[in-house]
Design a protein around this ligand. Structure first.
Ligand code: SF4
Ligand code: SF4
Length: 261
């Protein structure tokens, strides 16, 4: 992706800046805007801006796909894909952990039970150890595919899936937003490269966040399986603090990293 940014403060409050982006996507361009705080923020605190940018990119890609005569099959109440391994960046994990801590005790207990159930199911089949981050990092592309297929075969739903819809839809991870298909939804229960037509994204901000995560000391993957979120949050890690700068500067650095991907 080529990314250029223009910044203006037209109509902004003194503590924020109106940033305009022009992203070259294939033969087209995407224009996106965001209100970015001028104060120092961490990469985790910048996530709402990145989510807005991701929506602009995905919207443009969907527009192109539809112009070519295809329809996106994804809709609410359709959750087969939420039984896949969902890699979330450490920064998204931090933000989700913060959100979970803000919930009532009752809600937190309910969520904990859902996560525990998922992990117990994996443990009961012996699959849990395959999700060990140290093992995940050594997998070849082919082994990753096999592992991904086995994850789906286990049939364990994301703990945030309720009535086959995402219960955290506005805050769902970038990887979930970026995953769209044009093949029939029925094919998603047993996904294969032949039957599931994934909409190719020219740039995925989720990957850029994984790369940023891998820059942290001792970090090998830059992401965790979403199903480990509540176990991970007990460590109280704050990975975003390692990437802190004024909002516009941090965003520009992040976009530059996307451009060199
Ligand atoms: S990826 Fe498949 S299962 Fe998921 S929302 Fe789209 S059509 Fe439904
Ligand atoms: S976070 Fe939401 S969209 Fe993503 S896998 Fe879980 S239920 Fe599905």
């Amino acid at each position: 992706m080529n990314a250029s940014t223009e910044m203006s403060d037209a109509g902004s409050q003194p503590d924020e800046v109106h940033v305009e982006f022009t992203l070259a996507l294939g033969e087209g361009k995407v224009h996106a805007e965001a209100i970015v705080p001028t104060a120092k923020v961490t990469l985790t605190q910048l996530l709402p801006v990145l989510q807005g940018l991701s929506s602009s990119i995905i919207g443009a890609v969907v527009g192109q796909v539809e112009e070519e005569g295809h329809a996106i099959s994804c809709k609410a109440g359709c959750g087969a894909c939420c039984r896949q391994l969902v890699p979330i960046s450490l920064f998204e994990a931090e933000a989700m952990a913060e959100w979970i801590r803000s919930l009532s005790q009752e809600q937190q207990v309910g969520l904990q039970q859902r996560f525990d159930h998922a992990l117990r199911t994996f443990a009961s089949t012996g699959f849990l150890e395959q999700l060990d981050p140290a093992k995940l990092k050594d997998l070849s592309l082919e082994e990753r595919k096999v592992m991904g297929q086995e994850y789906v075969r286990q049939g364990v739903a994301c703990p945030f899936l309720q009535d086959e819809s995402c219960s955290i839809h506005p805050n769902r991870p970038l990887i979930c937003r970026e995953y769209l298909v044009t093949s029939p939804a029925e094919c998603c229960s047993h996904p294969t490269p032949e039957t599931v037509k994934i909409v190719p994204m020219p740039v995925t901000l989720s990957s850029a966040l994984y790369r940023a995560g891998r820059m942290l000391p001792g970090e090998v993957n830059g992401w965790i399986p979403l199903v480990f979120l509540m176990a991970w949050m007990k460590m109280g890690a704050r990975p975003g603090d390692s990437f802190e700068a004024g909002g516009p500067k941090l965003l520009a650095a992040f976009l530059e990293q996307c451009g060199t991907a």
